[in-house]
Design a protein around this ligand. Structure first.
Ligand code: FAD
Length: 413
């Protein structure tokens, strides 16, 4: 069976790898000149299945409203006249009830925990090294931050996720580079991890290309024609027939699906990261950290530090916002002042492909031979290996190893 995968972000590359492993002939079409050039490029790299939660949560509407008046808010809403934004926002609001939150979180975590198993299997089988580190430390600057985290602790307990509440001194034992910045406590999650997502994507591209996957870069897909006998995928330069196509096209998926009569409520949620080379390893982070007050992640990527955060809804352009970049640097300086020369940081802006309820869309699109692997929002790296494996199972007629209820297009019926 010949399968075309459109999009070579972390989701597309993972899908191509597993389809090839399942015996398919695979062609990947990507408009950029390499893999992981969009959302998958500059993310924080955190893989924390117990913390994979929907953006649509009780209390979030209030936070989003407050963001209209705050300069440094970790969540920013910038209303505009785009009707798609408002349709998205109305659907999102409807998902912010405690019951919908519980349902959506379970769906996302089911996939994220499965994905971690797949990721570890891949890592072991191919001895992959992608600047990974083990453990996540969540930092609470104040008693109030700690108090707000209590429901999260209950959820971790319920999900059976190993975690320990550390005193400030214990935090500094596991992270000796931490400054004397006021710290009330930290939550240590030893089984969580982080890694360099684009590096992993390149490793998987090399592996799958060596096994026969064809990667075609500079190939912008303009349209898809589906018929009972097969599909034709049209780019600017060619028309490529295949037995099936998988869309792993991130934020641009809605545009490709519209001519096929499908409307998916996908909206980009912008975020930023800063990366800086470590100058003094003694003062640098060893693991992944999350500053709860600012919702900023700090991760170690080899000889560099990645600082990422902010969720901005309402602007489709990728223009950076100076205040958001300054917040990233402030947080890194607060915790690891001596680790790097932060004036030399390089910055990145990306857009999370976000669905209003949270879980991605996996599996059939309802259009014959057109499959979906998209809408992974703020946790696509944590869900990539599992999503790729599931798509390969479905396309080749196998039953996936986890239940897919709530992860498919059926929920929008
Ligand atoms: C600031 C920030 C921090 C994040 N931190 C984390 C984190 O710590 N952990 C985590 O799990 N996730 C994180 N994420 C989310 C994660 O990065 C995304 O969920 C993930 O990268 C989505 O992958 P993707 O392959 O679906 O999309 P993309 O990486 O955007 O890939 C889609 C690809 O499709 C291609 N494409 C689209 N249309 C076409 C077309 N017509 N023709 C050809 N090619 C096309 C694009 O060029 C692109 O390469 C973060 C995101 C942001 C913005």
């Amino acid at each position: 069976m010949h399968v075309i995968v459109v999009g070579a972000g972390i989701i597309g590359v993972s899908t191509a790898y597993y389809l090839n492993a399942a015996g398919c002939q695979v062609t990947v079409l990507e408009r950029h000149s390499g893999v992981a050039q969009e959302a998958s490029f500059g993310n924080a790299g955190v893989i924390a299945p117990g913390y994979v939660t929907p953006w649509a949560a009780p209390g979030m509407p209030k936070k989003v409203l407050a963001s209209l008046f705050e300069k440094d808010a970790p969540i920013v809403f910038r209303p505009n006249l785009d009707p798609r934004l408002w349709l998205w926002a109305i659907r999102w609001l409807g998902q912010c009830t405690p019951e919908r939150y519980r349902v959506n979180r379970e769906r996302m975590q089911r996939l994220a925990f499965y994905s971690r198993i797949q990721l570890h299997a891949l890592r072991e089988e191919h001895e992959l090294q992608y600047e990974q580190s083990e453990g996540l430390l969540q930092l609470f600057r104040s008693e109030r931050d700690l108090e707000l985290a209590q429901p999260g602790l209950e959820m971790l307990k319920a999900a059976g996720v190993r975690h320990t509440l550390f005193s400030a001194a214990q935090c500094r034992e596991v992270e000796p580079g931490l400054s004397e910045n006021p710290l009330v406590a930290g939550l240590h999650l030893p089984d969580d991890e982080s890694g360099n997502c684009p590096l992993f994507a390149r490793l998987l591209r090399d592996l799958s290309a060596a096994r026969g996957v064809t990667y075609s870069f500079g190939a912008r897909v303009l349209g898809i024609e589906s018929a009972a006998s097969g599909v034709v995928v049209a780019t600017e330069h060619l028309r490529l027939p295949a037995d099936a196509v998988v869309l792993a096209t991130g934020v641009d998926s809605a545009r490709l699906l519209r001519p096929l009569g499908m409307r998916v409520p996908l909206y980009p949620v912008k975020g930023y990261s800063a990366t800086v080379t470590i100058r003094e390893p003694t003062y640098a982070p060893l693991h992944a950290l999350m500053d709860e007050a600012y919702k900023v992640a700090i991760t170690r990527m080899g000889q560099r530090i990645r600082i990422a955060g902010t969720a901005e809804l309402g602007r489709r352009d990728l223009k950076p916002r100076e205040a958001a970049l300054a917040t990233l640097i402030k947080v890194a300086r607060d915790w690891f002042p001596g680790a790097a020369d932060y004036s030399r940081a390089t910055y990145w802006t990306g857009a999370r492909p976000m669905l209003p309820d949270g879980p991605p869309l996996l599996g059939t699109s309802r259009v014959p031979r057109v499959w979906l692997n998209l809408g992974h929002g703020s946790t696509g790296w944590a869900m990539a290996a599992g999503s790729g494996r599931i798509l390969a199972d479905l396309v080749t007629g196998k039953v996936p190893e986890i239940a897919l209820d709530g992860l498919t297009i059926a929920r929008y019926a």
